[in-house]
Design a protein. Structure first.
Length: 277
C-alpha cells in the first residue's frame, strides 16, 4: 500500500462515487421535471432546493480533489489541515438529510396520523441537523486534523441521530405498509414494492452514515471517513427523488385494467393518498 493511499486515494474514491451519484440525481431531477407531477409548491421547492444544493456540493467536491492533488501537489504538509471543504460537506450533508427526513416524515404522518411518532422523528432529525452543522463549523475552527479529538462526540451525535431517524422512518413505513396488505395479489405487489424501496433506501443511507462514523472514530490518522462523507448527501437526494418518481409506476399498477373494483376501492382506502404525495 502506498504512502498516501489512505489519505488521498480514499478521498478520490469518494469523489468519484459522489460524481456518479450526482449523475443519478441529475437524471432523476430531469425525469421529475419532465413528468409534470401536480405536486404542491413546497414539494417542488424541496426538489429544486436539493438539486441546487447537490450541484454546489458536487462542485465543491471536485474543487477539493483539485486542491489536494494539483494545487498542493508535492506539499504533504497541506494534508494536515481540512480547509473549508470538509466543514462545508458536513453542513451540506446535514441539510440534505434533514430536508429528506422531513419530507419522509410527512409521508409517515399521512399513513399513521400519529403526531407523537412524527414529533419523535422530527426531534431526531433536528438533533442530527444541529450536531451536523455544529460539527462542520467546529471542524473548520479546529482546522488541523491533529486537533480533531474534541470533535468526536459531536460527530457521533450527528451521525447517530441522523441514522436513527433513517432507521425509524424505515421501520415505521415497513410496519404500517405491511399491515395495509389487502390479500389481493396486485395491491400487495404494489405495497411490497414500496416496502422494498423504503428498506433499500433507508439501509443504504444508514450504512454510509455508520461507515462515516466508524471510519472517523477508528481511523483518525486517515481520510477514510471522506470516502463516505462526500457521497452521503447525494444518497439522501436520490432517496427523495426516487420516492417521488416511483409514483408513476405505482399508479400505473394501481390503475391497471385487470384490477377488480373491490381491489381498487381497498387500494384507494389504504394507499392512494400515499401514492399521491
Amino acid at each position: 500500500m502506498g504512502e498516501f493511499d489512505m489519505v488521498i486515494g480514499v478521498v478520490l474514491i469518494g469523489l468519484f462515487f459522489n460524481t456518479y451519484l450526482y449523475g443519478l440525481v441529475t437524471y432523476q431531477f430531469i425525469v421529475y421535471h419532465n413528468t409534470k407531477f401536480n405536486d404542491r409548491l413546497w414539494i417542488r421547492a424541496i426538489v429544486g432546493g436539493l438539486f441546487v444544493l447537490d450541484t454546489i456540493h458536487s462542485a465543491v467536491a471536485v474543487y477539493a480533489g483539485w486542491e489536494m492533488c494539483v494545487t498542493n501537489y508535492n506539499n504533504p504538509a497541506s494534508l494536515a489541515v481540512v480547509g473549508w471543504t470538509i466543514p462545508f460537506t458536513a453542513v451540506a450533508t446535514s441539510l440534505a438529510a434533514f430536508i429528506t427526513q422531513i419530507f419522509l416524515g410527512h409521508r409517515v404522518f399521512i399513513l399513521t396520523k400519529s403526531k407523537p411518532l412524527v414529533a419523535f422523528l422530527g426531534m431526531l432529525s433536528v438533533l442530527g441537523f444541529f450536531f451536523g452543522v455544529y460539527a462542520g463549523i467546529y471542524s473548520g475552527i479546529l482546522n488541523e486534523i491533529a486537533k480533531f479529538g474534541p470533535l468526536g462526540p459531536f460527530v457521533t451525535c450527528w451521525l447517530v441521530f441522523q441514522t436513527s431517524a433513517d432507521i425509524f422512518i424505515t421501520v415505521i413505513l415497513t410496519y404500517v405498509l405491511s399491515r395495509s396488505r389487502t390479500g389481493f395479489r396486485r395491491t400487495d405487489t404494489i405495497i411490497n414494492r414500496v416496502i422494498r424501496g423504503a428498506v433499500q433506501t433507508g439501509l443504504f443511507a444508514s450504512i454510509f452514515a455508520l461507515c462515516d462514523l466508524f471510519s472517523f472514530m477508528l481511523h483518525r490518522n486517515t481520510n477514510l471517513y471522506a470516502m463516505f462523507a462526500y457521497p452521503l448527501g447525494r444518497i439522501y437526494t436520490n432517496t427523495l427523488l426516487d420516492t417521488l418518481n416511483a409514483r408513476t409506476a405505482l399508479k400505473s399498477l394501481a390503475g391497471g385494467t385487470d384490477v377488480a373494483d373491490s381491489e381498487v376501492s381497498i387500494l384507494n382506502a389504504n394507499f392512494l393518498v400515499f401514492l399521491l404525495i
